[in-house]
Design a protein around this ligand. Structure first.
Ligand code: HEM
Length: 488
């Protein structure tokens, strides 16, 4: 009799546990539409079978509308699209939805809750202020421009009129140097052993550490198996902290508070008292620097690649850009930021590429402080949300013939501080904190290349408009180009 009672009790406890786990998985957002989810796995089979995740989300949007949910193992993720919805949540009700879900397993164990990307409240605000202050600094800008000129020279040596190259890897190397200039005030020669180690570490942490692509984010128990890469990501991330600590030591020795030229200088310029604030601890600053590298490595590389792709696809636009450069920068061997205001067509072209083919189509995970109403559904507080940032950029209510690539549409809009429907860097309070440097570097790299080279596709018939999803960005499928030096 006793054993029957024990069995019944065990059965009840197990059933209750399974039921609770299932409820936790499905969450309280059961009223939201979405494909049927399997127990434990949720929709992971469907997601892993999809060749292109972004395309899948577009199909689901068509089927279920602008709000639907997907079950990633134990996590429910809510997808929100539509221009009106983005404006409502990011601008009108910005205070509700600017937070990150800081409880997600991977970022929590890898970063130990340091840094900016997963930070909320005071920690986020203080780090964001520091990054923005640096990018506005006079010496920071001067040093950036000087070092970028050297960077562009070394980059251009990799290109050739006779051998077609795939620009992607070359741009990625340059983007890492853009990060190094911002963080440490210096770029590295590509052959430098220290650079190669830094490059490999950043890339490893970026590739294997992002929460979106890591299965441990959705099944945290996997991290306890010896084969999990999470341990190696943590170790590599820790080594990056050590590296930045060494850089800080060197900075302390030669620091001139009057001419701060990089993030570490700006950090050292904070008073001792301010640095006692845990939001501005060394660990937070170091993790933020790592995140500036990882935040830019795919987004900026993809942006440069997409711009070059459009210039190959639209040779007339390329020609007009170069004509403007040669007219504005007559007699100068380099394009500089001084020329910026006169480079209207070049800037319009970059904007138009970022509108029509923005690389970062999703926000980083957000969470809502309170319940939110959207399209007739209630999104319970503390949900995990991904916003699709693409819809506003091709909304016919804002853009005439939105799918047509037309740099001229920017002629009268270039000086507007914020254009409705244009959010390549996100919008509202959580806008990309690297956007100032991203815009400057994009302009300098592309215009300096165009000033000196004609870009010619290796195979004009092999420039498919269809883009591929990398897990973070949408970018063109691999293509090759020749770079023919031009005289002017
Ligand atoms: C053209 C290139 C770039 C594009 C299109 C881009 C776009 C974005 C977008 C859309 C977000 C997400 C905002 C959100 O979730 O709400 C973001 C966040 C971020 N970006 Fe960029 N970005 C670029 C370059 C950079 C660069 C150069 C850096 C660093 C130097 C950087 C660092 C970051 C960081 C750290 C975040 C997370 C900020 C946070 O948690 O609030 N990005 N970026």
């Amino acid at each position: 009799m006793e054993s029957i009672t024990t069995l019944a009790l065990t059965f009840s406890v197990c059933s209750l546990t399974i039921y609770c786990v299932y409820r936790r998985m499905v969450g309280s957002s059961t009223n939201l539409p979405g494909p049927r989810a399997w127990p434990i796995l949720g929709n992971l089979l469907m997601i892993s079978r999809a060749k292109d995740f972004y395309k899948l989300t577009k199909e689901l949007q068509k089927k279920y509308g602008n709000v639907y949910k997907l079950q990633f193992g134990q996590l429910t993720i809510i997808f929100i699209s539509g221009h009106k919805n983005i404006t409502k949540f990011w601008i009108e009700d910005g205070d509700i939805s600017t937070d990150r879900p800081d409880w997600l397993f991977c970022p929590r164990v890898i970063t130990k809750q340091k840094g900016i990307i997963m930070a909320n409240g005071h920690q986020y605000i203080e780090l964001y202020k520091l990054l923005m202050q640096a990018q506005h600094g006079e010496f920071f800008q001067k040093n950036m421009e000087l070092q970028l000129t050297e960077e562009i020279n070394e980059l251009c040596e990799c290109f050739s009129p006779d051998n077609a190259v795939d620009p992607l890897e070359h741009f990625r190397t340059s983007v890492l140097n853009v990060g190094a200039i911002m963080a440490f005030g210096k770029r590295f020669q590509y052959s430098d052993a220290e650079f190669k180690t830094l490059y490999a570490r950043i890339l490893y942490v970026f590739k294997h550490g992002q929460s979106f692509g890591r299965k441990e984010t959705f099944f945290s128990w996997l991290a306890y198996f010896t084969k999990s890469q999470v341990r190696k990501v943590i170790a590599e991330n820790d080594k990056l902290h050590e590296y930045i600590r060494e850089q800080l030591k060197d900075h302390k020795m030669e620091h001139n508070p009057k001419s701060p030229k990089d993030f570490l200088d700006f950090y050292l310029n904070l008073s001792e008292d301010t640095r006692k604030d845990s939001a501005l601890s060394e660990a937070n600053m170091f993790q933020t620097i790592i995140e500036m590298f990882t935040g830019s490595i795919d987004s900026l590389t993809a942006t440069l690649t997409i711009i070059v792709f459009y210039l190959l696809k639209y040779p007339d636009v390329q020609r007009k850009c170069r004509e403007e450069l040669h007219r504005v920068c007559k007699g100068k061997s380099t394009v500089t930021l001084e020329d910026r205001d006169q480079l209207l067509y070049n800037r319009s072209t970059i904007r138009e590429v970022l509108r029509i083919a923005k690389p970062l189509v999703f926000s980083i995970y957000r969470t809502n402080k309170r319940d939110m109403e959207v399209d007739g559904y209630t999104i319970p507080a503390k949900s995990i949300i991904l916003y699709d940032l693409n819809d506003p950029q091709i909304d016919p209510a804002v853009w005439e013939n939105p799918l047509e690539f037309n740099p001229d549409r920017w002629t009268d809009r270039l000086t507007e501080p914020q254009t409705d429907g244009f959010l390549p860097f996100g919008t509202g309070e959580r806008k990309c904190p690297g956007r100032i440097e991203a815009e400057r570097s994009t302009l300098l790299i592309t215009t300096n290349i165009l000033q000196k080279f004609e870009l010619i596709p290796e195979d004009v018939n092999n420039l498919p408009m269809e883009r591929e999803w990398t897990g973070v960005v949408l970018r063109p499928k691999p293509f090759k180009m020749f770079m023919k030096p031009v005289k002017y």
